[in-house]
Write a protein that binds this ligand. Structure first.
Ligand SMILES: [Zn+2]
Length: 87
């Protein structure tokens, strides 16, 4: 994948951070149980992980890239596991 495609995908995925899963409540107004059980919020978590994974491709320092990839994979796995538990 060339650098321009990666950049475009990264910008698209970063827009996920600004999404509201449920209009009418902010992230801080919802209970933790709701945030961990709602598929809408879990999709946002998975997409944020994908954005972080893609962003890691642009980081030159190896240890920083590894940390970013680890956190990204953890977010994606957590969202899948929670979705499986609740769904
Ligand atoms: Zn919600």
């Amino acid at each position: 994948m060339n650098k321009h495609i990666k950049s475009a995908l990264l910008i698209a995925l970063l827009s996920v951070v600004t999404l509201e899963a449920h209009p009418g409540h902010s992230l801080y107004q919802a209970s933790p149980a709701h945030l961990c059980s709602s598929p809408d919020h879990l999709i946002v978590l998975a997409l944020a992980g994908a954005a972080l994974l893609l962003a890691a491709c642009f980081v030159r320092r190896t240890w920083r890239r590894r940390v970013m990839k680890s956190v990204a994979v953890a977010a994606i796995v957590l969202s899948v596991v929670l979705c499986g538990l609740c769904g």
